[in-house]
Structure formats: C-alpha cells, structure tokens
Ligand binder design. Sequence first.
Ligand code: ZN
Length: 225
Amino acid sequence: MSISSWILILLLPQPSQRRNTWRIASLLWKTWDGSGKTRYYVMASQKKETLAMSVENMVNAMTMELTFGCGDTPNIKCGIIGEIGCSWPLHDFERRAVQASGETQEFAGCPVMFHPGRYHGAPEEIFHIYTEAGGDPKKMVMGHLDRTFHTLDGLVEYASLGTYCEYDLFGIETSHYQLNTSVDMPSDAQRIERIKHLVDNGFEDKILIAHDIHTLHRLTMARWL
Ligand SMILES: [Zn+2]
C-alpha cells in the first residue's frame, strides 16, 4: 500500500473508520496485486527479472495461477487474465505478454482483458498479436476505450473485430486525460453517447461498463462504515 494511502487512513477521525477502511484497502490492494487475476502489467511497472521472462515462462506462470492457484494465496485460482498492460509504442516485453495471454487463453478458455497503449492504433495491434498466438477474440476485452478512441468511425471499426468493448473510466470527469493531456476526456454523458453508437451499430452484446477504481480517494467511505 502506498504511503499516501496510509496517511489518508490515519487522518480518519474514528478508530472504527480507520479499522474498516484498512480492511477494505488491504483487500483491494491484494486484488490489485494479482489475486483473482493473472497478469503482466506495463513494462514500466516491472522488475528486471520479470522483463526478461520468455513467452513460455509467462504461459507457465499464468496457467499455474488459473488451474492450481496463486503462489502467495494457493487457495485462490485466477478467473481471468488481465489487465495485460501495453504501452505505445508496444515494448518487446509487452508483446511477449500479449502473445503469452493468447497461448494461455487457447489452452484455458478464460477471458483476457487488455490495457491498450494511449493511441487509437494500439487496440488493433494488440488484437492481431493475441489472435495470431491462438487467443479467441470472443473472449477478449479491450479496456479503457474512453481515452483511446475519439471518433465514432474508429470505435465502430475496432468493434467490428468482434471483441468486447469496455468503457471503464466512468466517474472520471476531467477536462483532459491526466496521463495524456493532449486527449480531451469524455464526460459520462459523452461515454453514454459513444456506447449508444455501438448499440445502434449492432454491438449491444459486446459492451462492458465499469469503474476503474484504483485510488482510495474515489471510495465513498460512508457506504462502508
Ligand atoms: Zn489499465
């Protein structure tokens, strides 16, 4: 858990608030760390030894976590591969992770979710690497489309590939995308307009909606206490 998260918890006025928030935060942190989902996130977040992993090593590790259980929590098996983190341009380590997820998916039959690089061409590149490695497009989820496609034509062109299209940044309403300020972030209303466009074009069964809640300040404490 980050130092800022600790400080936020310690600032809560009531001991019961601190205790309950700590429990929730610990659970979220464990989940973020990989329990329940097996994954390789973006190159910039990896240790040196992880960056050196071969496709075969990644396939073996993900297969273990999907079929036998996770190393630190062997009583929990993963139910999904993801997020597989990709940058733009795609790093060689990330390319291997995408290939490994395709190979593992073909064997295990599980869903796979991708975090695409911050460029409209990134999702299709990932799609081709994944499917050429054996991955099933019908089991593939492309996340973070809110900040990736900014034209309706580009969105429909990608959806035509047959994967799930995920709008998962609901609730983040800022003028610019914080991680790429050249991108105008859509509002929730604009997200709904884009989703409706997918529905109008026949992709109603291929839409996923989520909140990518990865920071403590976006939790509403009162609901949990
Ligand atoms: Zn992500």
